[in-house]
Design a protein around this ligand. Structure first.
Ligand code: MF3
Ligand code: CO
Length: 291
């Protein structure tokens, strides 16, 4: 049982402000959503201003690291070298690579090539080749705040269909962002990506998706990109989550590497692409915190 907060009590978000000047109108709005039958986010999913500022700073480090990778990635390099760049640059900015030792993950970044969907583990034996498409997924802890974003890199002469997959997956993210609007359900965003991918002849990975992020690496909610419009929690200002669809040229089915327990591949061996953005819901729409 939660005691009702008085107008002049301190707000539940720990801003130190009075409830009436902070989240009172917000709670009224959420109650209206709930009355319409929408699922509403838990308070844990709502970040206050200080937390948003922290995640934004973390996102700046995350992006600087990705920019550094973008400048240096090239054919002939091993994915271990990408790992080293991410590790060293992140530390240089006083951050910590979030993947390192996360649930036993052995490296600082995920590098997923061609038919690898996600969670490719960098190795000195994996050499980037002409024609590869590579996802570099960087997640950063900075002053205890988490951010998460990834990009695709097209190396050398990439086939037109792989190039188009990469470009269309980026468009899918942009489309998804345009559906991030307060008081709408997150399924509207996920479904828009799903329909876009389908219309372009692709499939979308179902089992792996986005997530809340900021105070921890992976928070609620799970963010699906193949769901009905009418599903998911209401996007409320202060929520922070990732948009990171994995879009396949062939079928949506995936398999997990049973030797390393991490890497996920397309079952049919066809290429897969992914971009990732960390986004905050605002009163007006959204703010990209890492992209
Ligand atoms: N960056 C990945 C994500 O977007 C996280 C992978 S977990 C790791 O969720 F341990 F493999 F890094
Ligand atoms: Co993520």
């Amino acid at each position: 049982m939660i005691k009702k907060i008085g107008r002049n009590d301190l707000c539940w978000c720990q801003s130190g402000r009075k409830y009436k000047a902070c989240h009172m109108a917000f709670d009224e709005k959420l109650t209206q959503c709930k009355d319409k039958g929408y699922k509403i986010p838990s308070r844990k999913m709502i970040k206050n201003q200080e937390q948003l500022d922290g995640i934004r700073e973390s996102g700046k480090v995350n992006i600087a690291v990705l920019d550094y990778v973008a400048e240096h990635i090239q054919v002939g390099m091993s994915t271990e070298e990408i790992d080293r760049m991410v590790y060293e640059k992140t530390l240089e900015y006083n951050g910590i690579p979030a993947p390192l030792n996360f649930e036993g993950y052995p490296k600082s970044v995920c590098t997923s090539i061609n038919e690898e969907v996600c969670h490719g583990i960098p190795s000195k034996d994996i050499i980037l080749k002409d024609g590869d498409i590579v996802n570099v997924d960087v997640s950063t802890i900075y002053k205890d705040y988490f951010s998460d974003s990834s990009r695709m890199f097209c190396l050398g002469k990439v086939s037109p269909e792989k190039q188009k997959l990469v470009d269309d997956t980026k468009k899918a993210i942009e489309l998804g962002l345009s559906y991030v609007k307060p008081w709408h359900r997150i399924g509207e965003m996920g479904n828009a990506i799903y329909e876009f991918a389908r219309e372009h002849g692709y499939s979308v990975v179902r089992e792996v998706g986005g997530h809340g992020v900021g105070i921890e690496f992976h928070e609620e909610p799970f963010v699906s990109y193949c769901c009905p419009k009418e599903s998911g929690v209401v996007m409320a200002p202060g929520m922070v989550f990732t948009i990171e669809p994995m879009i396949n040229l062939g079928r949506s089915d995936i398999v997990m590497d049973d030797e390393n327990g991490w890497t996920i591949y397309t079952e049919d061996g066809m290429p897969s692409a992914q971009w990732e953005v960390t986004v905050a819901v605002t009163e007006e729409g959204y703010e990209k915190l890492a992209y």
